[in-house]
Design a protein around this ligand. Structure first.
Ligand code: NAD
Ligand code: TYD
Length: 344
């Protein structure tokens, strides 16, 4: 089995690569990543020399490059993590979100059609369902919830999902889609809530909480997400959507206070700042379908997972300090310049 993992130098993609190499040592894993600001080769350093792993620098928007790659490599499956993923950036500059998240996905599916594939899996998000009110805790997103997006990021992910469904219906492409809640864990880029707050708390800088901090997210430890995708690839039904999440809802303020408490830092570091435009109030996943059909259950509760995550950031300070200092970007410039292709 040869699997192409796009966006594998980012947070979830890299964790997925580690998971798959561990669970399926007989599989070949090829990581394709454009190494944008969010991609980090240092993350993949410890698997770079594995015989069944290969890293390729390349852009999913580049049709010629992608078609050449598919022709050469003969992939069995594609798992598409590659995306612009940060809501705040999508509010500042939406264009690249449409290019990568929608058009890039289309290029990959066109290559899948041309060269044949057993499965194209689209890694999507619960944000395509819009948001839920704060005062109705029983409401949750199911796979039947209508698509109603709030940010350019979620609109681009929803557009890609529709396109994936269209490729299934029109061209019979064997696709699956997963829509997961907010992930946290090792190797998350320190612009997202949890790693940002950990790094700021350690530096004893102000922790910027949007609005009143009452927005709610449903947190999933990244390894549980990886396991769910592995199950969908092997046991999921073509053409189906699977929600992934595990009833671990917390308000942003609760998350930030937990981090401060774990690090023994004062709550006076919390600073309420201007709210995010269009800020989604609450996300909550109903995981009944994946639980009943594929026997998936989250294994790590938030209270455990946040401790593990904080420990990881304490033990791996060099990884995120290099990002904050921008050193890793200089390194790529030296390694690749603007070239695409295999490093070895
Ligand atoms: P990330 O930003 O950490 O990683 C994205 C990766 O994609 C980076 O390595 C980047 O270099 C690469 N990339 C960006 N544009 C590219 C392009 N044009 N060609 C090739 N590679 C490109 O994101 P993440 O948090 O790991 O998210 C991965 C996927 O999971 C995304 O599709 C995201 O929408 C989805 N998702 C994320 C979460 C979450 O909480 N982080 C939750 C649900 C779904
Ligand atoms: P984020 O990690 O950007 O994920 P998403 O927007 O995809 O849910 O943000 C998580 C929540 O934390 C969201 O409600 C916005 C909030 N937030 C802050 O309050 N301050 C911050 O500095 C950031 C980055 C996020």
């Amino acid at each position: 089995m040869k699997i192409l993992v796009t966006g594998g130098a980012g947070f979830i993609g890299s964790n997925f690569i580690f998971y798959m190499l561990d669970q399926h040592p007989d599989y070949d894993i090829v990581c394709l990543d454009a190494l944008t600001y969010a991609g980090n080769l240092e993350t993949l350093e410890h698997v770079m020399d594995n015989d069944n792993f290969k890293f390729i620098k390349g852009d999913i928007r580049d049709r010629d490059f992608i078609f050449d790659l598919f022709k050469k490599e003969n992939f069995d499956m594609v798992v598409n993590f590659a995306a612009e993923s940060h809501v705040d950036r999508s509010i500042k500059d939406p264009g690249v979100f449409l290019e990568t998240n929608i058009l890039g996905t289309q290029v990959l599916m066109a290559a899948c059609r041309e060269y044949g594939i057993k499965r194209f899996h689209q890694v999507s998000t619960d944000e395509v369902y819009g948001d839920l009110p704060l005062d109705k805790p029983d409401l949750m997103f199911t796979e039947e919830t209508s698509i109603t997006t709030s940010s350019p990021y979620s609109a681009s992910k929803a557009s890609a999902d529709l396109l994936v469904e269209a490729y299934h219906r029109t061209f019979n492409l064997p696709v699956t889609i997963s829509r997961c809640s907010n992930n946290y864990g090792p190797y998350q880029f320190p612009e997202k809530l949890i790693p940002l707050m950990i790094s700021k708390a350690l530096a004893e800088e102000e922790l910027p909480v949007y609005g009143k901090g009452e927005n709610v997210r449903d947190w999933l430890y990244v390894k549980d997400h990886c396991e769910a995708i592995d199950l969908i690839l092997h046991k999921g039904q073509q053409g189906e959507v699977y929600n992934i999440g595990g009833h671990n809802e917390r308000s942003n303020l609760e998350v930030v206070k937990t981090i401060l408490n774990e690090l023994d830092k004062p709550e006076s570091l919390i600073t309420f700042v201007e709210d995010r435009a269009g800020h989604d109030l609450r996300y909550a996943i109903d995981p009944t379908k994946i639980s009943e059909e594929l026997d998936w259950e989250p294994t790590i509760l938030f209270d455990q997972g946040i401790k593990k995550t904080i420990k990881w950031y304490l033990d791996n300070e060099e990884w995120w300090q290099n990002i904050l200092s921008g050193e890793y970007q200089d390194y790529y410039q030296k390694m690749y310049g603007d070239k695409q292709g295999d490093k070895r």
